[in-house]
Design a protein around this ligand. Structure first.
Ligand SMILES: NC(=O)c1ccc[n+]([C@@H]2O[C@H](COP(=O)([O-])OP(=O)(O)OC[C@H]3O[C@@H](n4cnc5c(N)ncnc54)[C@H](OP(=O)(O)O)[C@@H]3O)[C@@H](O)[C@H]2O)c1
Length: 248
């Protein structure tokens, strides 16, 4: 039997990049997957088609998870479609990089709302139904920027550090119902999010990493799939860094 057979997973921002890889990997391991997106309907539908073509089950759901209505509607859609939610991956995220003197308050708010508020809102809605089932896996995508701090990313680093605190606090709140809450912290991963970063910065990070390379979206997905598995039942409140040895 597949590792995640009969499990239902929601992946926020599952249409592109790391979220897409996570949705595909969870489906490969047998989970039914709700692929959330905000604007990229075609990309989300392509992920669903890829899962179905491989014999899996998935559905695309549009929702802006930075809003309370969007987050609640997404969790409701998961429950309505598949009857429960076992796994929530809070992956949706964005950047608005700039040095603090040039950063607009709107850029701070957008990043905090998209990355941190969405994680809190979706967790709140999903944990309610997980508590009833006395089972759940919440996996939050943070970043090494939230662990180390990254110049030019005061907003993003704060949002990702906030996710670490949220992860540990929620793990303590819901552990009594056999719900685990963990975070995965990628280093640089080549996706649309990092496409515009200067090549010399990527080279610097690559050269600095112990493995001399970047981690791939698929390698982030393997860590998420492990934390979603029954084998990870005793792991909660942790941050698993997947960065080819950059932040060591
Ligand atoms: N790439 C990296 O180097 C890196 C490193 C560390 C951490 N991370 C984190 O990994 C996660 C995924 O990043 P990525 O690189 O895969 O980014 P990406 O390629 O830009 O994809 C972002 C995803 O988030 C979705 N999204 C954004 N705002 C949303 C909203 N308000 N509601 C619902 N969905 C929303 C997008 O949906 P649409 O397609 O509909 O726009 C898209 O699916 C983020 O949390 C990011 O901070 C990335």
């Amino acid at each position: 039997m597949s590792q995640l057979a009969d499990r239902v997973a929601i992946v926020t921002g599952g249409s592109r990049g790391i979220g897409r890889a996570i949705a595909l990997e969870l489906a490969k391991r047998g989970a039914k997957v709700v692929v959330n997106y905000n604007a990229s309907a075609d990309a989300a539908n392509a992920v669903v088609e890829e899962i179905k073509a491989a014999g899996g089950d998935a559905t695309a759901v549009q929702a802006d998870v930075s809003t309370e209505e969007g987050a609640n509607a997404l969790i409701k859609a998961g429950n309505d479609t598949y009857g429960k939610i076992d796994i929530l991956v809070n992956n949706a995220g964005t950047t608005r990089d700039n040095v603090i003197m040039m950063m607009k308050a709107d850029d701070f708010d957008t990043v905090i709302q998209t990355n941190l508020r969405s994680t809190w809102l979706c967790s709140k809605a999903a944990v309610k139904s997980m508590m009833r089932k006395r089972y759940g896996r919440v996996i939050n995508i943070t970043s090494i920027s939230g662990l180390l701090g990254q110049g030019g990313q005061t907003n993003y680093s704060a949002s990702k550090a906030g996710i670490v605190g949220l992860t540990k606090a929620l793990a303590k709140e819901v552990g009594g119902r056999s719900i685990t809450v963990n975070a995965v912290a990628p280093g640089f991963v080549e996706t649309d999010l990092t496409r515009d970063l200067p090549e010399d910065l990527i080279k610097q990070v690559t050269d600095f990493s112990a493995l001399g390379r970047l981690a791939s979206p698929e390698e982030i997905a393997y860590a998420v799939a492990f934390l979603a598995s029954d084998e990870a039942a005793a792991i909660t409140g942790q941050v698993l860094t997947v960065d080819a040895g950059t932040a060591i």
